[in-house]
Design a protein around this ligand. Structure first.
Ligand code: PEP
Ligand code: MG
Length: 576
């Protein structure tokens, strides 16, 4: 009997194939004491395994950086190499072999458990997630010690691919499977920001994660369908189901190739309203994708990614180069660069890390920048210097108080005065805008409208703070609802106040890139959408089908509803 499992969709597309179960080497480790005369041999085994894994990782890195678009993978491999070199791991395990006469596998797993426990106590979710890297790197070592490295599935003759089913996969494992006709990835653990998810997306392989116990529910070779768009896995499907998914997959492929033809079509509604479709980026590396879809500009450059995962902050020149290269790549188009949004799930390393009881409500975004005025001034100087290379707009995240913007504007003036004194050119008229992400800001918009040149609604945070759910906590993810009437009221109010004061408003949260909400947002009055460049053509397709004159009154009725289920039904009917 076929059955269905639900997990988190992290990499789009449909895969049909046979299960390849990846064993969880750590569960199969024997524990035994070695005799004193074999200690030197056991240490040599450990060191040989270390050298083998280091060699594998270096080889992988060379293979991935030679290809394109896998820079994230290179960074993960670096992280694992760093962990191998850390005295707390292999060297400490060696101590256990020498002093307690543990066998090498046991010593490694014991040391790993100790480290994982330490990571588990860390409040910061990004650092806490790094425990997965410790486990993965130890798993690699143990596999080598057990003599089962790189066991890869054979190519199949029935034309179907292989679906890798694992408790967890390291990015290195994921890349290692690349040339073996792998159709999909499925794992017990992980979230949308897990490494497997990131690598699967960069390889365009459908993936579903967070399935909890799938390894216990499937057998090697069993037929599986992975729907990476909806987060569904079907185990043991019959011919009819397979046929249905084959058709759906063919439709998806056709859709994708049709979408590419929209690249140069202006995003205009049926009744002639021009809509701006802008891109969200994390750095200059994303510009190739932005150009491939011909975005109307950058609506959100998340500059904090310049900082994350490193111990030292980038200096003014390094920042200037990053901002300049993005501005130069889009001559004449608006480039909205957001000042650092560090804190919460994007915490800094090293000396800049600090313990916070509740990071999402703590020293985050503009609050952090104002608490570190030297750092903030450096960023503002770099931004102003870069402003001569294009159409820069500076955006400040997570405003809640008027004095936050007053202080920011004072720092901008200070940066300008310094540059003038140094005879450094910058655009005197550079626009400063703010993000509406906190309900307080949406409800008391006047004070921001008076001080700013544009607004952008960060729906990811606005929803998190309105509904009081941590957006990075898997346990409350089901409560995250962009269609909650309270959320829609805040978005609608921001849009109408913006329009009344003649201030441009955009949405740059995930909601803007989800075609399920495009007609609703257009009907609410949104004209500027900013999203991951991968969604732009799909949203353009929705815009081209929209008739604003017809949508607006229907959406007004939706905004009066106060039952989530009714809102959802009515929003679905907008497309019908
Ligand atoms: C948002 O909160 O919607 C947003 C765009 O900012 P980030 O996702 O970077 O917090
Ligand atoms: Mg935000």
């Amino acid at each position: 009997m076929p059955f269905t499992l639900h997990g988190l969709p992290v990499s789009q597309g449909i895969a049909i194939g046979h299960v390849h179960l990846v064993s969880h080497a750590l569960l199969e480790v024997n524990h035994y004491h070695i005799s004193p005369k074999h200690i030197a041999d056991e240490v040599a085994r450990l060191e040989d395994a270390l050298a083998t894994v280091q060699g594998e990782l270096i080889g992988l890195k060379a293979a991935t950086t030679a290809g394109q678009g896998h820079s994230e993978v290179g960074a993960f491999v670096d992280l694992q190499l760093m962990m191998l070199a850390d005295p707390m791991l292999v060297e400490a395990a060696r101590g256990l072999v020498e002093n307690r006469r543990y066998n090498a596998e046991w010593a490694l797993v014991a040391q790993m458990e100790l480290l994982v426990e330490q990571f588990r106590q860390i409040e910061d979710p990004y650092l806490r997630e790094r425990q997965a890297d410790v486990v993965q790197v130890v798993e690699r070592l143990v596999k080598v010690l057990l003599g089962q490295p790189g066991h890869l599935p054979p190519r199949r003759r029935d034309g179907l691919g292989t679906i890798v089913v694992a408790h967890d996969l390291s990015p290195a494992d994921t890349i290692g499977f690349r040339d073996h006709n792998i159709a999909g990835f499925v794992t017990d653990v992980g979230g949308p920001t897990s490494h497997t998810a990131i690598v699967a997306r960069s390889l365009s392989i459908p993936a579903v994660v967070g399935l909890h116990h799938i390894r216990d529910l499937v057998q090697d070779d069993e037929l599986l369908i992975v729907d990476g768009t909806r987060g569904v896995v079907i185990v043991g499907p019959d011919e009819d189901i397979v046929e249905e998914y084959r058709l759906r997959r063919a439709e998806l492929e056709l859709e994708r190739s049709k979408l590419k033809r929209l690249r140069d079509t202006p995003p205009t509604t049926l009744d002639g309203e021009e809509i701006a479709l802008l891109a969200n980026i994390e750095g200059p590396k994303d510009m190739a994708q932005v150009k491939a879809v011909n975005a109307d500009g950058i609506g959100l450059y998340r500059t904090e990614f310049l900082f994350i995962g490193r111990d030292t902050l980038p200096d003014e020149d390094e920042q200037y180069e990053a901002y300049r290269s993005v501005l130069k790549a889009l001559p004449g188009k608006p480039v909205t660069i957001r000042t650092f949004d560090v804190g919460a799930d994007k915490a800094l390393n090293g000396a800049h890390a600090r313990f916070e009881p509740n990071p999402a409500l703590g020293l985050r975004a503009v609050r952090y920048s104002l608490a570190e005025p030297k750092m903030f001034l450096t960023q503002l100087r770099a931004l102003l210097r870069a402003s001569v290379h294009g159409k820069l707009r500076i955006m400040v995240p997570m405003l809640a108080h008027a004095h936050e913007i007053d202080q920011t504007l004072a720092l901008v003036d200070k940066a300008k005065a310094e540059l003038r004194a140094e005879k450094v050119k910058f655009d005197e008229g550079v626009q400063i805008g703010g993000m509406i992400e906190v309900p307080a800001a949406a409800l008391a918009l006047g004070m921001f409208v008076r001080r700013l040149s544009f607004l952008s609604i960060g729906t990811n945070d606005l929803i998190q703070y309105t509904l009081a759910i941590d957006r990075s906590d898997e346990a409350v993810v089901h409560l995250y609802d962009p269609l909650h009437p309270a959320v829609l009221k805040l978005i609608g109010g921001t849009l109408s106040t913006g329009a009344r004061f003649g201030l441009p408003v955009s949405v740059c949260g995930e909601m803007a890139g989800d075609p399920a909400y495009t007609l609703l947002l257009l009907g609410m009055g949104l004209r500027n959408f900013s999203m991951h460049p991968g969604h732009i053509l799909e949203i353009k397709q929705q815009v081209l089908r929209a008739d604003l004159g017809e949508l607006a009154p229907r959406v007004q009725r939706i905004l009066k509803m106060d039952e989530q289920a009714r809102v959802r039904e009515a929003v679905e009917r907008l497309a019908g």
